[in-house]
Design a protein. Structure first.
Length: 132
């Protein structure tokens, strides 16, 4: 039976960027945190890269569809946008994450938070996937 997906916002920081790049299909995080987050197969994640991330400085280059959850992290099918979403365009329009503008991302590793379907749709509105 079909289940509506949940939506999550994840941050790719300095902590794992060489081992698990944003376009690599694995989001590394502590296994206990992933298990308690409620994320599961078929959920959708917005992939945000913080300011120190090469090639994707403070932007959402795409989204991921969760394909499995393993001990090394969340595995997903990477779907890049034709035009990434900049932080300045994203953050003010997503009520779930308004307080995120006050976070110093350079002090963070990877980070995960559930967001509403409205926030997700607002973020990707008008975006096209750069299909392979």
């Amino acid at each position: 039976m079909f289940r509506k997906p949940n939506y999550f916002f994840v941050v790719f920081g300095e902590a794992h960027r060489d081992t698990y790049p944003v376009d690599g299909g694995v989001y590394s995080h502590d296994a206990n945190y992933i298990t308690s987050s409620g994320i599961t197969l078929g959920d959708v994640i917005l992939l945000y890269c913080c300011g120190n991330y090469p090639k994707h400085n403070q932007e959402i280059p795409g989204l991921g569809i969760v394909t499995s959850i393993e001990t090394d992290g969340i595995h997903y099918q990477y779907l890049p946008f034709c035009h990434p979403v900049s932080w300045s365009a994203f953050q003010p329009s997503v009520p779930d994450l308004q307080e995120l503008g006050k976070i110093n991302w350079t002090l963070k590793g990877n980070w995960l938070r559930k967001i509403s379907s409205i926030s997700f749709r607002t973020t990707i509105g008008g975006r096209q996937i750069d299909w392979p």
